[in-house]
Write a protein that binds this ligand. Sequence first.
Ligand code: FES
Length: 352
Amino acid sequence: MNTPTSFSLRCTAKVFETTDAVTLTLEGHWPHQAKPGQYVILGVDIDGERCYRAYSLCAPSDDNRLQVTIKKVPQGKVSTYVVDVLSEGEMLDVSAPMGQFNCVDIAHHSQVLLLSAGSGVTPLMAMARHWQTIDNPPQFHFIHCAPNAEEMIFAHALTTLADKGQASLVYTRAHAEESSQQPPKQDAPTSVLAGRLTQAQLLTLCPDIAHRSVFICGPEAFMADATQWVTNLGCTSVYQEHFSGPATSELTPELEVLESAQSDSVVKIAVPSFGVEQEVAQGSALIDGLEAAQLPVIAACRSGVCGSCKCKVESGEVTTTSQETLSEEEIAAGYVLACSSHIVSDVVVSLG
Ligand code: FES
């Protein structure tokens, strides 16, 4: 189902970054200017069902043209379809750009460290590419962790930055396969390490780190470690992209656990503005009930981080595990994230 804020764009190019990650170029009427670091919600038809997920832009957008990078994740319905099946020429729904993790809204910085792992590199690459096109960019250094050179998204761009001294690459797979750290290959750029990144290596790679603003994006465990390290090293301006949806997962383990906590009792979801009532098992995720009733809700990340599933509980009780994108005023007014809310009693909900 098309949403009021979505646009129908054609995929004009599909380029493999690695064997399981692609960059799509989408063109058509899209009257927006994304801020580097932002994401969009894509809607694709899979087996007759329109599915929505959020994906980060990987480069500055032009009028009516944007690029997103999508990595296939295990059991990822949309990412698997996009990587394995989607063809150039296909039409996709594309939302307006979203997200506060961007280098425009966040105050200007003169010295920046971009710190990423895996497909968390995508929004940070958008920032780096943006800075390469403007006057008086910040002085930035990019540290990226990938399993190895072959599985590194944006390998050419990152290697080029590394050769210019603007990036350091950490190939983590060597740590799992080798008991000792490997020296860089002869033909590798000089700023290449093998093994897992550590706090000590971070300081070696970026000795003035304490004076830099730091943007971090990657798997949750990486972000937790990286945030601890940069804090220990004296950084005070640290920004994280908690949006694991586009980067690493389409369904969090936390949600899977909660889904299994449903009871035999039945409760009712009422959505008066659509004249809909839906019975569901008590403890069900609110998003599942709304989708079962075929209501026009978008759940892009299903992880409580993108905000696309926001709705208002007018009455009744839900438990919630994430209010990440909601303001205090919205929470006080009864807004919840449907993907992160589980139904305790009969509820009346409004959408939009
Ligand atoms: S789907 Fe992203 S917050 Fe619910």
